[in-house]
Design a protein. Sequence first.
Length: 425
Amino acid sequence: MITTIITFIIVFGILVIVHEFGHFYFAKRGGILVREFSIGMGPKLFYHRGKDGTTYTLRLLPVGGYVRMAGAEEDEEELKPGTPVSLYVGADERVQRINTSKKSTLFNGIPLEVTATDLENELWIEGYENGDESEVKRYSVDHDATIIEGDGTEVQIAPKDVQFQSASLGRRLMTNFAGPMNNIFLAIVAFMLMSLAQGGVAMGTNQVQVSKTPVSVAKKAGVRPNDKIIAVEGKTTKTWTDLSTAIQPRANKPTKLTIQRGKQTKQLTVTPTGQKSNGKTVGMIGITQAQNKNVGAILASGFTQTWSMTKTLFGALWRMVSGHFSLNDLGGPVAIFATTSQATKFGLVGVLNFLAFLSINLAIVNLIPIPALDGGKILLNIIEAIRRKPLSENVEAGITLVGVGFLVLLMLLVTWNDIERYFIR
């Protein structure tokens, strides 16, 4: 259980960091202020404010993360009339820090009850100083001033010129696309590392390696490394799939193998041992796929395996939308945790394969054009390009709200279904 928990946190953390770093990097490139880069959700555990104006936070729940860009939907309104704050004013008579938190105290802070603010355009804050309601005092606010929020996290304010919508359409589109793009890159690297960890790339042909364990019936029968099993019980086997399909039903049955060794052809007889798999008894003879250990093949495997799995997942997605939808086809954090337990049984190779699988899943799901997902945001960018003007803020906010509601409902249904599937049934 401890191994599963640690692996789950590491895998989820890598997925989140890589995905969000894509958004973060291209937002920075596009001149958009990233106010916060968070790993995890929920209560803050730790934060560090960088010289680049971004606050980096680590939060309690390791089930996600986010990049909070100035002016984006995730960026909430900070100050409302009546909010008690404390101001730190610099030597130039401009406000450098605004403290709204009871958890953090500013030395020499000026107490103020806010009556109005403009932290986007003209950059000022005004209110009743020291409880004196006879006079409203206004202070100019520095462009790079910070605000200490209710939970004690200090982030930079968001003037209009560094907000998301102030960037060009192309830069906003690239920022939205960068998260899924990074997940594809992560899958490619994970598959390369998996091939390296297992000593090469499975060739997929009828060429085999003999298991080193003493229980290998193939080894006892005389099968040697790099032999090609070209037929089982007279049935031709050209690929690894052909070979495994022919052997699995023959548990505990004498089986004739036709072996090609160089230019020679031999006949051998083995009796596959029976092993339980998914409730069924399958035949095993103690062989593995031959590996191509060429560096070029290992590097290429990252791309070929990513493409192969992407096609498989798109096929599954198409089946779902074409009328064969089931909640069992989806999985939330509970399902991922349960699957992590299975992946860890196969060691580093299993975990890397699982990481690549999840990363491609995350990329594809995020590109679905549902509002609040990256795909929905990209769709809005495309609509803006066609209309040559963005949708109104109210329309866009309404569409996003519907998308968020749908995703929350779907996540609740999926999570409950996962709990029933793995822990109740």
